[in-house]
Write a protein that binds this ligand. Structure first.
Ligand code: ASP
Ligand code: MG
Length: 408
């Protein structure tokens, strides 16, 4: 007998029929003698609807009131699912975040979980009930309803699994696992049986949207055994997210190719090469709440240097405006920008112990005549910035170069 936390996303509970299917799946685990805690999202589209509704009243809704509104989506799902379970003879009880209680700080719309009281859940589980909990929400010390940020029910699921020391946290979604790359770009992409937390974090931050990043961080920190599975298939083991030591020895050096289309690049040319330059440029950008990704400063010559960085494409115009101000202050020569770039990355813990991964990647791109504009590396990732027109080609070429289309 195991204690399993199952999280079902919005599409998995998107209509009454699907909710009944979720109930059947939960019933199956319950019948096998497992203790099951189910965490659910709002039915698909509901949270967007609630936010849109709030915006009809106020262009910038009060965050506390917005959380009051947004948390209702999940509250509907828990009631429906608990009812669906009872309809098929499974004892069940639903809880809002506050009823559990999931205690958070008071940062409305992006609250952080501080602690979880497991006593109610334990009592019900011990009495043979399935516990159904609203994801995405909590309550602060003053009793205000809070939410955890978009996609936050993944984090709820993992946090509950950590608090209950569950044997496994299963995230049911509309894909059957984590893939070597996006199958819409490379049809030969394969589902991974395992991926490490670190790799998953890189894949998630690079645009693979299977899990909310915070939930992966949480799972890594609290050593929660995390599995991604399809809620639309009855068979299949999904993808298990592991700690590195558990990883199969046969695992390839590169686990996946991630990419991000929404990038833009800015360069300040002829910046005086003196201490404090990076701070003056990036400090101003950070003050405007713009996230910076890659940063490159060239070797100086004649007392000046060039400074480039990338930002999210949506922040391009804003960042450009800020740089104009900084340029005047520093006496830099020129600002150039390009918002038609993309980032493609090879990710794999295997590169720690295998030299030559970068050169293999650069050769594969060179063979296709793809020009690399910027490069950045970490211990388990190599990223290149390319003209966006090369995105699909680069992903396909790298997927093949690292043998990812072949079964291991
Ligand atoms: N319903 C929330 C959202 O749409 C939370 C979630 O689905 O994870 O962001
Ligand atoms: Mg989601």
């Amino acid at each position: 007998m195991a204690l399993i936390v199952q999280k079902y996303g919005g599409t998995s509970v998107g209509n009454p029929e699907r909710i009944k299917n979720v109930a059947k799946r939960v019933a199956k685990f319950h019948a096998q003698g497992h203790q099951v805690v189910v965490v659910v999202s709002a039915m698909s589209g509901e949270t967007n609807k609630l936010i849109a509704l709030a915006k009809e009243i106020s262009a910038s809704p009060d965050p506390r009131e917005l959380d009051q509104i947004c948390s209702t989506g999940e509250q509907v799902t828990i009631g429906l699912l608990a009812m669906a379970l009872k309809e098929i003879g499974v004892p069940a009880r639903s809880y809002t975040g506050g009823q559990v209680k999931v205690l958070t700080d008071s940062t409305f719309t992006k609250a952080r979980i501080l602690s979880i009281d497991e006593s109610n859940m334990r009592r019900d589980l011990d009495a043979g009930k399935v516990v159904v909990v609203a994801g995405f929400q909590g309550v602060d010390a003053d009793g205000n309803i809070t939410t955890l940020g978009r996609g936050g029910s993944d984090t709820s699921g993992v946090a509950l699994a950590a608090a209950l020391k569950a044997d496994e946290c299963q995230i049911y979604t509309d894909v059957d696992g984590v893939y070597t790359t996006d199958p819409r770009v490379v049809p030969e992409a394969r589902k991974l049986d395992t991926i490490t937390f670190e790799e998953m974090l890189e894949m998630a931050s690079l645009g693979s949207k299977v899990l909310q990043i915070r939930s992966v961080e949480f799972a890594g920190k609290y050593k929660v055994k995390l599995r991604v599975l399809s809620s639309f298939q009855d068979e299949g083991e999904g993808t298990l997210i592991t700690v590195e030591e558990d990883k199969n020895m046969e695992q390839p050096i590169i686990s996946g190719i991630a990419f991000n289309r929404d990038e833009a690049k800015l360069t300040m040319l002829g910046v005086p090469d003196t201490p404090g330059i990076a701070y003056q440029i990036l400090g101003a950008i950070a003050d405007a709440n713009v996230d910076v990704d890659m940063i490159i400063q060239n070797v100086g010559h004649d007392g000046t240097t060039d400074f480039s960085f990338t930002v999210n494409r949506g922040d391009f115009a804003k960042a450009q405006g800020i740089l104009e101000g900084v340029k005047a202050k520093l006496g830099a020569r020129e600002i150039t920008g390009d918002n038609k770039i993309c980032k493609v990355s090879a990710v794999g813990v295997g590169m720690r112990s295998h030299p030559g991964v970068a050169s293999k990647m650069f050769k594969a791109l060179a063979d296709e005549g793809i020009n690399i504009q910027m490069i950045s590396t970490s211990e388990i990732k190599i990223s290149v910035v390319l003209d966006e027109k090369y995105l699909e080609l680069a992903v396909r070429v790298l997927h093949r170069a690292f043998g990812l289309d072949q079964a291991v």
